[in-house]
Design a protein around this ligand. Structure first.
Ligand code: KQY
Length: 365
């Protein structure tokens, strides 16, 4: 039976493992919102199916889906992917799912953060979000995993850990007005220590330019292994992304991690810039109160937004001249894992990418 615990993971000897630690499985939510996904979600459903199918090569995959879409999801997904019915407001399991934590004995528990659709009534992306806020609890209940309810508005995409005491975050996101306006930076650091079991918080100033999550770090800068990070980069000094990436580089070059290591930074050139087309914009229902998808709007494209699975890495590509360099960098960085590329554009049109739609469940081994 899954219990809700009053203590914190750190106090109980738990910490968030790095994404490359062995997984028991991976979770996704099926996309269907017509005011976020064009053409009633059909192209996005194909893209999510490609991601789920790729990950299912090396670990168990579960897709949570609304009652309305259950039959459709079941028929599109391969048989060996488990499909479970679950209410939701949208399909970002990285942000609505639990953050799993482990202890030295290999026991697994889950952190259930407060979710407010990336900024609540200040600059959130939709209302209501109650079904999304209940997703983490339901996943933990289904898995029989004990839960900590963290008193912090946070999404899984806004943190990235090395499993050895260090977490990467952005100030743009964690200090944004719509999340925890009553908490100081020191308060937030303490919550991260308590719930992720980390010692050092590395604050990068910004994330990717025009990222609608207020600059999630998972779209910008992520650990490849302890001491090594990949950073979304552009060589174009006139691109607004340049200042953002350069500011992060400066922090990373002057910081050490929890083990006293300097960071090796691998620059991964961004795709594009990528813009929404007329046709793509027309396919999205326009509803007051949700983020409009207008033709010509720039998307926050990034190759860093990938999933590190048991024996593979799932990497979004964009039919872009920078794709080949990204694949080559990943091949070198993640060997012996093999790199599986998936079309990233449809997921990007919804505001995120492969990492944002997935949530790994560590095995504790
Ligand atoms: O970056 C992520 N982890 C999620 C992106 C959410 C976009 C919502 N439209």
């Amino acid at each position: 039976m899954a219990r809700t615990l009053d203590s914190t993971p750190a106090a109980d000897g738990y910490r968030m493992p790095a994404e490359w630690a062995h997984h028991a499985g991976c979770w996704l939510v099926w996309p269907e919102r017509p005011d976020n996904w064009r053409l009633g979600g059909k192209p996005a459903q194909a893209a999510f199916t490609a991601v789920a199918t790729a990950i299912a090569q090396t670990e168990a995959v579960t897709v949570a889906v609304s009652a309305r879409q259950y039959d459709n999801a079941r028929s599109q997904l391969p048989e060996h992917v488990r499909v479970v019915e679950m209410s939701n407001d949208d399909s970002w399991m990285r942000d609505t799912g639990p953050t799993f934590v482990v202890n030295d004995d290999g026991d697994v528990r889950g952190v259930d953060w407060v979710f407010n659709a990336w900024g609540g009534l200040v600059d959130g992306l939709y209302f209501p979000w109650a079904a999304d806020d209940a997703v983490a609890r339901k996943v933990l209940e289904l898995e029989g995993v004990d839960r900590y309810r963290a008193p912090l508005v946070l999404e899984g995409g806004s943190i990235d850990v090395d499993g050895e005491g260090t977490v990467l975050v952005t100030e743009e996101c964690l200090l944004s007005a719509g999340r925890n306006p009553d908490l100081t930076r020191a308060d937030i650091e303490q919550q991260l220590r308590d719930h992720l079991g980390v010692e050092v918080v590395v604050w990068l100033p910004y994330g990717v330019y025009l990222d609608e999550t207020n600059g999630h770090v998972d779209n910008f800068c992520r650990f490849v292994r302890p001491g090594v990070v990949m950073l979304t980069w552009t060589d174009d000094e006139t691109d607004p992304q340049f200042e953002r990436s350069a500011a992060a580089l400066k922090v990373l070059e002057s910081t050490t991690d929890a083990r006293g290591r300097s960071f090796e930074v691998v620059k991964i050139h961004q795709p594009g810039p990528i813009f929404i087309t007329e046709e793509e914009s027309r396919g999205v229902d326009s509803i007051e109160g949700t983020l409009p998808r207008e033709a010509g709007d720039r998307l926050a494209g990034s190759y860093v937004n990938s999933y590190i699975g048991n024996d593979l890495v799932v990497l979004p590509v964009f039919e872009d001249p920078h794709d080949d360099a990204a694949v080559a960098a990943y091949t070198q960085l993640f060997a012996p894992r093999h790199i599986v590329t998936v079309p990233g554009r449809e997921i990007l049109l919804g505001g995120g990418n492969v990492h944002c739609i997935t949530q790994q469940q560590p095995s504790g081994r």
